[in-house]
Design a binder for this molecule. Structure first.
Ligand code: NI
Ligand code: MN
Length: 233
């Protein structure tokens, strides 16, 4: 399925994405100010919701400060949301399987195979997650940090995926070979690789990944350039 109205997606480097649809301005995993690969968040982008997949610094990022500045809620797995609230953010506690529905936007918090700790004391961050987002019928899966797992098929069951944002860096998440398996399982119209080349230990060749998507799957790979928005519908 797709939407008649376009969804504008801007990669902000690593796992951070800004998504715009109608009145919605959704920020996912906004690690921006300390991310060496981030172009920064445009001043004109005022988030309406901040979604965080897990507590690790490269995903929680600027969520707390942005929440305070813009008075917008952070939606995150239980203990990570509670940590954010303790730091003064507006936080909305969710957990795996939880859904938030609005008229033309919805999202579900789904499982990821990873770990999660939060803050300088590395407190338990709750179960790491991904997000399944629905912008007026346009379905986006942000996998978070995850290994490949067969139950991804349950995560997206009954949902045709328009866009999958998948980590390919390896070492701490899927590598390109496992991400290809995920593409074949999820069958998104478009796959966008993320969570690579931020540091040497997750260095990957995204062009080679795109070549493999074309050769080994029925999906299309689109490599985003941080800071350059792309419209999808
Ligand atoms: Ni992580
Ligand atoms: Mn990460």
């Amino acid at each position: 399925m797709s939407s008649s109205q376009s969804v504008k997606i801007t990669w902000l480097g690593h796992a951070a994405f800004a998504m715009e649809f109608g009145a919605h301005r959704i920020l996912v995993d906004p690690w921006i100010s300390e991310n060496p690969t981030s172009p920064g968040l445009p001043d004109t982008f005022v988030p309406t919701k901040i979604l965080v997949t897990h507590g690790h610094f490269d995903h929680l990022g600027d969520a707390i400060e942005l929440s305070k500045t813009h008075q917008v809620p952070v939606y995150a797995p239980g203990e990570t949301a509670i940590y954010c609230a303790g730091e003064g953010a507006t936080a909305s506690v969710m957990n795996i399987g939880g859904v938030l529905r609005e008229e033309d936007f919805a999202f579900k918090i789904v499982t990821a195979i990873h770990s999660s700790s939060v803050g300088p004391e590395r407190k338990y961050g709750g179960h790491p997650a991904g997000f399944l987002l629905n912008f007026g019928g346009f379905r986006v899966y942000h996998a978070g940090d995850t290994a490949y797992f067969d139950e991804m098929s349950l995560v997206i069951r009954k949902h045709d995926l328009d866009l999958a944002l998948l980590p390919i860096g390896g070492t701490t998440t899927m590598d390109p070979t496992d991400a290809i398996d995920a593409v074949n399982l999820l069958k998104p119209t478009v796959v966008v690789p993320m969570h690579y080349n931020t540091w040497e230990f997750i260095a990957q060749n995204e062009s080679e990944f795109a070549r493999r998507v074309t050769a080994e799957t029925d999906s299309r790979c689109q490599i985003l350039v941080p800071g350059q928005p792309v419209s999808f519908n």
